[in-house]
Design a protein around this ligand. Structure first.
Ligand code: AMP
Ligand code: MG
Length: 326
């Protein structure tokens, strides 16, 4: 699939930009959005680069991405910084072009579209922890291709040292592969049926840790959960280092629905490695509702065999009155 190589190249370029920003990060390179969440020069730069590459190769495709250029157009210092990092990727560019590329991400959901999180886990990026660049292609509501760049994720979770950074690429019907960041080493990955370990968000406000702990107890998991930012959690399940990822809304925001770019690439990375992904009721994720999964609540990703047990655990937890009604 031609799209696969284009998506891998685009994500690798965005990773280089993010790593450069991280090495030279100034305080003014991060600002708060209206919802209080942070956005950085790297989020904008990554979106500009990826949207430019996708638009160049697939000019008719819509892109639905997290950021837009509104804040940048009002902040010339920030825009200059973004443009300077984009130019370092070999793009001779104007400020206007950078904003226009970013705004290619305001496309409409339709029969065929891409969805992009230019930096998933911006809080992890700012801490120097995990973050991901997540790009997926959706056709007729089904994710066909997903590329998940994880610049800080070691190729083995439990090995200290070793090469840092990897990329997962999954194509419907063709499995999931893990690549090194120079694109050299490429190996298929599979879920594990013998590992019993939960993955959850590093940020406690992004999920319901009490629910996760009670469901994990019912599943007789004894290992402590792996807490990491971003869709790196899907990568850990795909390569058999975790077996379950549960994401229920935090009790203070029970009506929150997840954004599609936070799960599209991760979903196919897990499914093509032999796992399963659904909402917390076991329903398929509906990518055609809008920028958020308004027809779904919560997310469950597993190695496949655990899936019915986790859904049952979620149901029991909800029925016990200690969680949101599903
Ligand atoms: P993670 O690192 O897995 O928690 O995922 C990071 C993503 O969490 C970001 O891209 C946000 O879209 C999303 N996020 C931000 N605030 C919340 C929240 N209150 N609850 C759930 N997810 C959130
Ligand atoms: Mg995100």
């Amino acid at each position: 699939m031609f799209e696969r190589q284009v998506a891998i190249d685009a994500v690798l370029q965005a990773i280089q930009l993010c790593q450069r920003v991280q090495a030279e990060m100034a305080d003014s390179d991060s600002v708060d959005k209206s919802d209080g969440s942070p956005v950085t020069v790297a989020d904008f730069g990554s979106q500009a680069i990826i949207c430019r590459i996708i638009s160049d190769k697939f000019p008719d495709d819509a892109i639905v991405a997290e950021e837009d250029s509104q804040a940048l157009r009002k902040d010339s210092t920030l825009l200059d910084r973004v443009a300077s990092f984009v130019s370092q990727q070999g793009e001779d560019t104007s400020l206007q072009a950078v904003c226009d590329w970013i705004d290619r991400g305001r496309g409409k959901i339709g029969q065929r579209f891409w969805t992009l999180d230019p930096i998933d886990g911006t809080k992890g990026f700012l801490r120097g922890d995990q973050y991901a660049i997540a790009l997926a292609l959706i056709v007729n509501g089904v994710v066909q291709l997903g590329v998940l760049g994880c610049p800080n994720l070691r190729q083995k979770w439990k090995t200290a040292g070793g090469e840092r950074g990897c990329l997962f690429a999954a194509e419907r019907g063709n499995g999931t592969h893990m690549l090194s960041l120079d694109g050299r080493i490429k190996e298929p990955v599979r879920v594990s049926h013998t590992v019993h370990c939960l993955a959850e968000s590093f940020e406690s406000a992004h999920g319901d840790r009490a629910a996760n702990a009670s469901i994990a107890r019912n599943l007789k998991f004894t290992e402590p959960p792996i807490r990491v930012d971003s869709q790196a959690k899907y990568g850990l399940i795909a390569r058999g280092e975790a077996s379950v990822y549960i994401r229920l809304p935090h009790p203070i925001t029970p009506d929150r629905h997840e954004c599609i770019w936070d799960h599209a690439a991760g979903l196919i990375v897990v499914e093509e490695a032999g796992g399963m992904v659904s909402d917390a009721d076991g329903k398929r994720l509906d990518f055609l509702q809008g920028r958020r999964f308004t027809a779904n609540r919560g997310i469950v990703a597993t190695n496949g065999v655990m899936h019915p047990h986790v859904l049952e655990g979620v149901r029991l937890h909800s029925n016990a009155g200690s969680g949101p009604p599903f």
